[in-house]
Design a protein around this ligand. Structure first.
Ligand code: SF4
Ligand code: SF4
Length: 215
């Protein structure tokens, strides 16, 4: 059983997009990057944050798939859609609370981060974490990574009435046990941004140009 997981520390992200370049190099998704780096609020700050699949303990993407195309390994890693099964319905693309899966219209296939399971199941780091120069993307065991950070590991995300627990941890400057996505003040206070000008925390994450869910 794989004990390592991913830790995303947005405060460490310098926007270099090395992770994006490394992800593109992985042969399993044919030159497309499965990691996205977005500005938090470009008008106010140069701060950026990477987005990968959070590998939900009970993945909505898999639950809504009518073809059972999205499998979860015994390690809790949620894999990309199986090509022979995917029906092009895009249910998963629309259902993921984190906006992670993309639909590849040329390949008629859902694609997403699968934590480089071909590598991580063999004890290697995912491509992104192997090149991140600041540790914003870190792959390791909880007991090894967390003591080295002053930020708090959070893997509970509250979307309205829905609570989503994930295998991946966000390292955040917070005392909260969970991230309240609909009104999270974790970053706004730090950035001096008036929370009232945003509909939700997610809207602070994604530039207009990056909101498409297709390649
Ligand atoms: S973050 Fe989205 S794509 Fe990843 S496991 Fe959860 S629901 Fe599925
Ligand atoms: S697009 Fe493919 S993987 Fe996604 S829900 Fe539909 S059949 Fe399943």
């Amino acid at each position: 059983m794989m004990q390592e997981t991913m830790f995303i520390d947005p405060q460490r992200c310098i926007g270099c997009r090395s992770c994006v370049a490394a992800c593109r190099e992985c042969g399993t998704h044919k030159g497309y990057s499965m990691i996205f780096v977005d500005y938090l609020d470009r008008a106010e700050t140069t701060a950026t944050m990477p987005t990968i699949c959070m590998h939900c303990n009970e993945p909505t993407c898999a639950q809504v798939c009518p073809a059972d195309a999205i499998k979860q390994t015994e390690d809790g890693v949620v894999l990309s859609a199986l090509k022979p099964r995917c029906l092009d319905c895009r249910n998963c693309v629309n259902a993921c609370p984190f906006g992670v899966p993309k639909y590849n219209s040329a390949m008629h296939l859902q694609m997403k981060c699968d934590m480089c399971y071909d590598r991580t199941s063999e004890g290697l780091k995912p491509m992104c974490a192997s090149v991140c120069p600041t540790g914003a993307l870190t792959f390791g065991k909880y007991q090894d990574v967390v003591p080295l950070r002053r930020t708090k590991p959070v893997n509970v995300h509250v979307f309205g009435n829905q609570k989503v627990e994930t295998k991946v941890f966000l390292m955040l400057p917070t005392d909260e046990e969970a991230v309240d996505v609909d009104g999270c003040g974790v970053f706004e206070g730090r950035l001096g941004v008036d929370p009232s000008i945003h509909e939700s925390w997610i809207d602070t994450q994604v530039e207009e140009t990056d909101k498409g869910n297709e390649f």
